[in-house]
Design a binder for this molecule. Structure first.
Ligand code: NDP
Length: 279
């Protein structure tokens, strides 16, 4: 049911390019309704050129809070008045919280993925994890795995310099930056507990090199951050008999954490999950 908009209704939203595919509006509007909060959540398609003016303008217009998605997470971090520690650590923002001076930046992506993995009974402590990608979401996820005590963290990226920069920011032993040739390396693949595809290959043109699943353990868990579209990476993992999950669990939990940051209330998880399933 469409929310009723009154003079008192607070407005939240999501900035991205593209943003039309986002399920966050369905999920957050259902959450506001279930929690009895007079608020609406709308998508704002914004180009990179217009990001700074949009964030300043939306603050001036009284917007109560924002999510930020592809490709603006790193640029938005530079536009926040201050950053919460986990956003500062990874240099990327997915949630902006209104204050009188401007928007404060936080990042719930990494914690959202850990919550989704916990539902699958996957605890990163002491585990060996390969992240493919070094963009905004990979940065948040890498720092979350480091905080959660992963023993080995490998970041593989098309542009290796970005992987190196991300690994340097972790300031931790047991980390390695590399390029995508690792996806065929039996020595690396054979010791992994989890692979997370953090690239935008499903949204943009281009595909990942094939992962040689034959070299991996049978119980290797495979996760793609993308949701709502078929993932070639997950299809190949499933074809090889490896357990596989898409990004819908992460979407749910990062959104639930953002909801609580904005409202100070616990998120109605079951309602949000139902809204995602319906969408
Ligand atoms: P960014 O634009 O910040 O990063 C994109 C990454 O993908 C970079 O590492 C880039 O490599 C890599 N990449 C892009 N095209 C190719 C290609 N053709 N071959 C190999 N690598 C490529 O995006 P985000 O990190 O913000 O988002 C990544 C994905 O995660 C998206 O699909 C997004 O929808 C999803 N996501 C899902 C969330 C959820 O809640 N489930 C939350 C956040 C993101 P390079 O550095 O070489 O350019």
């Amino acid at each position: 049911m469409a929310p009723t908009v009154r003079g008192t209704t607070r407005v939240y939203g999501i900035l991205g390019d593209p943003v039309a595919h986002s399920l966050s509006p369905a999920m957050q509007n259902a959450a506001f309704a279930a929690a009895g909060i007079d608020a609406v959540y709308v998508p704002f398609p914004v180009s990179a050129d217009g990001l700074a003016a949009t964030i300043a303008g939306l603050h001036a217009a009284g917007i109560a809070g924002l999510n930020v998605t592809v490709p603006h997470k790193e640029a938005a971090a530079a536009l926040a008045v201050t950053l919460r520690p986990r956003a500062r650590a990874c240099g990327a923002v997915n949630t902006l919280i209104r204050t009188a001076r401007g928007f404060v930046g936080d990042n719930t992506d990494g914690a959202g993925l850990l919550a989704a993995l916990a539902e699958r009974r996957f605890d990163p402590r002491g585990r060996s994890v390969l992240l493919i990608g070094a963009g905004g979401s990979a940065r948040s996820v890498a720092h979350a795995f480091a905080r959660a005590g992963a023993a080995r963290l490998i970041v593989a990226n098309r542009t290796p310099a970005r992987a190196e920069e991300l690994v340097a920011s972790l300031r931790r032993r047991g980390t390695l930056a590399t390029d995508l040739t690792v996806l065929a390396d039996p020595d690396v693949l054979g010791n992994l507990d989890l692979i997370v595809n953090c690239t935008s290959t499903g949204l943009a043109s281009g595909t990942l090199p094939t992962v040689r699943f034959a070299h991996t353990r049978r119980q290797l868990l495979c996760c793609d951050l993308m949701y709502g579209k078929p993932s070639r990476f997950l299809a190949a993992a499933r074809a090889a008999g490896r357990p596989a999950i898409d990004g819908s669990g992460m979407l749910l939990h990062q959104g639930a954490l953002a909801f609580t940051l904005w409202t100070g209330k616990p998120a109605p998880l079951a309602v949000m999950r139902r809204a995602l399933t319906r969408s």
